[in-house]
Design a binder for this molecule. Structure first.
Ligand code: NDP
Ligand code: 8X3
Length: 254
C-alpha cells in the first residue's frame, strides 16, 4: 500500500485540501510551496496527526528543486505519490495585449516547474518500481476560451507530458494520471486577477463551483485504486458548468 505523498503547492487550494485529506488517513506528507508562514502553520496543524516534512521552494528554481527534493530525510524519501499541483494562471487579456512577464511566469511554473519536480522524483520511483504521479492539468488544456491563450497551452503541455510519461514507463509499476478540473473555488482567481479579490469573487458568484475538497477526494481515490489500473486522464467540471456554442462573428467585414 502507498503511504508517502509529496504535494507541490500545498499552501492553498487543491494542494492544501489534499494534505489535510491524506493527513487524516495517516500518510506521511512532504509539503512544498513558497509561503513559509503557511507551511509552518500546516506543519503545526498536521504533524499532530501524521509525520510531516515541509520544503519551502519555488518550483521555477531548477537548482533549488533538485537540491531540496534530493535532500529529503530518509524517513520520507520513499515517495509513493507525487502530486504536481503547484501552478497558476495570470491574466485573461487577449494574446495581443497580454503581459509577456505573465506568460513567462506561467510557462516557468506550470511547465518547467512540473518537469523539474518530475525529473527529480521519477528516477527513485523507477528504482523502486513503484509510484503514482498525479499531474494537475485543467479543462483549459482541452478547450480553448478567450484569454486562456498561454495558461491553456501550459495545461495542454501537462496533458501530453502525462501521456508521454506513460509511454516511457510502460512495463514499470508506475502510474500517471492527469486531472483536468473545471472551475474550482480556491485562491486561483485571486492570483489570476493579480490580487483583486473583488474581481476574483465574481468568478464564483451565483453558481456552485468545484471545491478544493472535491479534487482532494479524487486524488485520494486515485491513490487508493488498484495498482494495475491507470486512469490516464480525468476531466471534471461542476454540474453547473458546460460548453457553449462555437463563437461566430456576424458583423461581416471581410
Ligand atoms: P491556489 O492559488 O489556491 O494554489 C496554488 C498553489 O500553487 C499554492 O499552494 C502556491 O503556493 C503554489 N505555487 C504557485 N506558484 C508556485 C511556485 N512558483 N513555486 C511553488 N509553488 C507555487 O490555486 P489552485 O489550488 O486552484 O491551483 C492548483 C492547481 O490547479 C494549479 O496548477 C492550477 O492551474 C490548477 N487548476 C485550478 C483550477 C481552479 O479553477 N481553481 C481548475 C483547474 C486546474 P505558494 O504561493 O505558497 O508558492
Ligand atoms: C482553471 C479552470 O476554466 O479557469 O484551470 O481555465 S479555467
Amino acid at each position: 500500500m502507498y503511504k508517502t505523498i509529496l504535494i507541490t503547492g500545498a499552501t492553498s487550494g487543491f494542494g492544501k485540501a489534499c494534505a489535510i485529506k491524506f493527513a487524516q488517513n495517516g500518510w506521511k506528507l512532504i509539503l512544498t510551496g513558497r509561503r513559509e508562514d503557511r507551511l509552518a502553520k500546516l506543519y503545526d496543524e498536521l504533524s499532530q496527526k501524521t509525520p510531516v516534512h515541509t520544503l519551502s521552494m519555488d518550483v521555477r528554481n531548477r537548482r533549488d528543486v533538485f537540491e531540496k527534493l534530493l535532500s529529503i530525510p530518509d524517513d520520507f524519501a520513499s515517495i509513493d505519490v507525487l502530486v504536481n499541483n503547484a501552478g497558476l494562471a495570470l491574466g485573461l487579456l487577449p494574446a495581443h495585449e497580454a503581459d509577456l512577464d505573465d506568460w513567462e511566469t506561467m510557462i516557468d511554473t506550470n511547465i518547467k516547474g512540473l518537469v523539474y519536480c518530475t525529473r527529480t522524483i521519477l528516477p527513485k520511483m523507477v528504482e523502486r518500481n513503484r509510484g503514482l504521479i498525479i499531474n494537475i492539468g485543467s479543462i483549459a488544456g482541452n478547450w480553448p476560451y478567450p484569454g486562456g491563450n498561454v495558461y491553456g497551452a501550459t495545461k495542454a503541455f501537462v496533458q501530453q507530458f502525462s501521456r508521454n510519461l506513460r509511454s516511457d514507463l510502460l512495463g514499470k509499476n508506475i502510474r500517471v494520471t492527469n486531472i483536468e478540473p473545471g472551475i474550482a473555488e480556491t485562491e486561483f482567481s485571486i492570483v489570476r486577477y493579480h490580487g483583486d479579490e473583488e474581481e476574483a469573487k465574481k468568478v464564483y458568484q451565483n453558481t456552485k463551483a468545484l471545491s478544493a475538497e472535491d479534487i482532494a477526494d479524487i486524488i485520494w481515490w486515485l491513490a487508493n485504486s488498484p495498482e494495475h489500473v491507470n486512469i490516464n486522464q480525468l476531466e471534471v467540471m461542476p454540474t453547473l458548468q458546460a460548453w457553449g456554442p462555437l463563437n461566430i462573428f456576424r458583423e461581416v467585414k471581410l
